[in-house]
Design a protein around this ligand. Sequence first.
Ligand code: B12
Ligand code: SF4
Length: 418
Amino acid sequence: MSLWFPPLQKWKKKQGHSDGRGHRAFQQILDKFDVIVSGDGEIAVLRAIQPDSPAFLDGDDPDGTFFMSRQFYDDSPWPARHLIDLESYRYRIEGHLATSLIAQLGCPFNCGFCGGRNSKSLRVIRTRQQQSVIDEIEMLYRNFGYTGFMFYDDELNVNKGMVDLMNGLADLQEKLGVEFRLRGFVKAELFNEMQAAAMYGAGFRWILSGFEGATSRILENINKKSTLDDNSRAVEVAHKHGLKIKALMSCGHPGESADSIEAIHHWLVANQVDDFDCTIITPYPGTPYYDLARPHQSDHGIWTYTAPRSGDQLHSYEIDYTQTANFYKGVPGEGYKSFVFTNALNPEEIVQWRDWVENETRTKLGIPFNPSRSAQRYEHSMGQGLPASLLKVRSRSQPPLIPTDSSIPDAFPLAPSH
Ligand code: B12
Ligand code: SF4
């Protein structure tokens, strides 16, 4: 079990404040597990499995023994994919059989809804040698036949070496005489023409970007750092270089109003995005919206986060995450639930406005509803919603429970907003 909140130092500080939200969430996990590792698990797991392991191991402290140095990360072997049932992940990128990999860890930004913003293990950028990434991809092609690759780096272009990596991947394809299709996330204000051209050359045809909001005030409340102009320019640059763009939008931010959600629709249409999703924020432990919220002045069980500059507020219900799960749902009218509200919108209104954006924008832009719906019955990427039959242990000699044909259409990963 791993967690990113609160890092040990913060936890210690909170010892005296047992009513603190993070402290209580932490205590809840502590009570349920024998050993908890915060942050990096690669080294800590070896200690955690020893009978005399302390109940808490801090893999989130860069000065501690369990934090992976960049060198350690770089020297680490590739994931032992042969030990997992890779074929049960039926993921395709534009028809290419695909798997996922990570070329770089960490994102130094501080968006209010994003997890692990107080955790070094999720903030410190740790890169791998480009050649290691290229070699890993070559191995995945030669040994497993993959030609599709999903990069789960938080934001590919926070790394200045990204363009070189893309060029190296283009060279690899030339050497192998094969075409790859790649997919990953970019940060809008850092995205430029050189990156776009190199990404196209490496096999990207789609990129995903977490634009999130469509008014300057909401972007500032999120602490997104990109401006509306940056976001529009990123779409333009992508289109200029033949890249389609999936806009990851979200609502339920501090100060959210009917106008700010409506603005999402107008921005998506004005910029002619190729696809989008629009989710409602759930403040998880480890996000600034959660960790920095204070108890509501009058209503028990409600927490309020206040955006530092504008003073706009976001209220959220106290949720027991061991009991309640709020998963990605992109289909209007199918039970989307909001656990947040603002001074202008109650939770139901946020849901209604979100559904409105989804409906109106898809209609206006002619984008069909989420094509990955057929994958929701057996959610192969998240392991959620498994039918009882799948939960039984099956021997390797039994036929696979998942049909191996390619009837499942291309799906975007059900990715959290970035
Ligand atoms: C890929 C990914 C997904 C994929 C997962 C696909 C898959 N088949 O695995 C998808 C898109 C499905 C997904 C969904 C969600 N995700 Co996600 N996801 C990620 C992402 C980008 C990479 C995770 C990863 O694989 N890392 C590589 C592995 C090697 O590292 P790791 O998971 O961090 O594990 C390390 C440690 O945690 C620890 N560790 C992990 N397991 C164990 C076990 C033991 C025994 C030990 C000792 C240690 C240990 O050691 C590992 C190596 O250091 C992270 C962002 C990030 N930068 O990590 C977000 C992230 C984990 N996701 C997040 C969220 C919120 C979600 C969703 C809840 C979104 C939503 N609202 O629906 C869902 C929940 C899904 C679920 N059922 O849990 C948040 C978590 C926030 C938090 N709690 O702090 C993250 C951190 C993104 C963010 N910054 O907000 N996600
Ligand atoms: S949403 Fe993206 S840019 Fe913002 S902190 Fe998270 S990973 Fe970084």
